[in-house]
Design a protein around this ligand. Structure first.
Ligand SMILES: O=C(O)CCC(=O)C(=O)O
Ligand SMILES: [Fe+2]
Length: 342
């Protein structure tokens, strides 16, 4: 058994921070991922289960953060970053609509691995994956892929979105490391989380801050940034995904064959997502306009969003969910035991 695993098991058993895996202080800091093992604690596990997200500050040493930043900037200098696009799927065709000022690269790509070797090494490193799997046994994480990102800071942002959907792929946790030593209040570029039924939460993109959240169930956006902003996202996947939660039409069928109690309805992931979409409808529309210029097809995105919101509204009405404020309050009082998020 490796020292790390022994240490992790001790940590889990005692419910305390793991002190054994801390790296000894060296005269000169070197690039290292060891500190990840001690950064995640039972409190972070609890936050992920109860709120769907957690924030961990000071994850890496200064030399490692500096190297991560240097690699992203050198990818930009070598023109290896490309514009991020929203995928607008209509029937069998997909239209790519670029977000202005958001550049990225997938570390799955061999050319990117060669140009960003330390970020590529972190993609191969299994410490974060192992720690999270041990803390969340119902989520045996198996694989991770990294996307690096540079936001130019000319108002560039992301609209409200979920990173994925349980019926689409096996990604379940999103971990974003921010690398912005000069970020100040007023620079914008905060990540806004919408942990419906609870109020939105704003997370500043502070240097060496790791934000982890539920890939399929946490609604989020990036607020317009007025300063160049760097980060990279690690998406962690399970090997054998559980069945995706029932769709709104499946829930409707179930409710036809016997009335579903209000609490059972509000425990359904798709009902919660539909309510969140309608509660943040105007904010969502505005965010689509801010992130995509008119010439890049923002109208098509708005039309698509409005059509979906209309369908959601009808579906909720068919299920008898009409008073959204009451639904939100009721949902906030439900004890979901972690199943709301993971
Ligand atoms: O830049 C960020 O903070 C998050 C970006 C994001 O939401 C995404 O890449 O899906
Ligand atoms: Fe995202």
């Amino acid at each position: 058994m490796t020292a790390l695993r022994r240490c992790i098991q001790k940590t889990i058993a005692s419910g305390h921070r793991c002190v054994h895996a801390t790296v000894s202080v060296q005269p000169q800091e070197q690039v290292s991922f060891d500190s990840v093992a001690t950064a995640i604690t039972p409190a972070h596990r609890q936050a992920l289960l109860e709120k769907g997200y957690t924030v961990i500050d000071g994850v890496f040493n200064a030399a490692t953060c500096q190297t991560f930043r240097y690699e992203i900037l050198s990818l930009r200098d070598q023109s290896l970053l490309h514009l991020n696009s929203t995928h607008l799927v209509k029937g069998n065709s997909t239209r790519l609509l670029p977000k202005h000022g958001i550049y990225e690269a997938e570390v799955a790509d061999k050319a990117i691995q060669g140009a960003a070797p330390v970020i590529a090494a972190f993609q191969r490193d299994r410490t974060l994956l192992t720690m999270l799997s041990l803390y969340l046994p119902s989520l045996p994480l198996h694989q991770q892929l990294i996307k690096v990102q540079l936001n130019k800071g000319d108002g560039s942002c992301f609209p409200l979105h979920y990173d994925s959907d349980e019926s689409v792929d096996s990604r379940r946790l999103t971990a974003i490391l921010y690398l912005n030593p000069d970020w100040r209040e007023g620079d914008g570029g905060e990540l806004q989380l919408y942990p419906w039924p609870h109020a939105p939460v704003t997370v500043a993109p502070l240097h060496n801050r790791l934000l982890i959240f539920s890939t399929c169930r946490m609604l989020h956006r990036v607020l317009p940034s007025r300063r160049e902003r760097l980060c990279f996202t690690t998406w962690m996947s399970v090997l054998k995904p559980r069945a995706a939660p029932p769709s709104l039409s499946q829930i409707h069928q179930k409710s036809q064959s016997g009335a579903l109690a209000a609490d059972a309805l509000l425990a359904e992931v798709e009902v919660r997502k539909a309510l969140a979409m309608l509660d943040f409808r105007e904010e969502w529309q505005r965010s689509l306009q801010q992130s995509h210029r008119a010439e890049a097809g923002s109208r098509a995105l708005l039309d698509d969003f409005e059509a979906k919101a209309g369908v959601m509204q009808q579906a909720l009405e068919a299920l008898g969910v009409r008073d959204r404020q009451e639904a939100r309050q009721r949902a906030a009082g439900l004890c979901m035991g972690g199943s709301a998020w993971l």
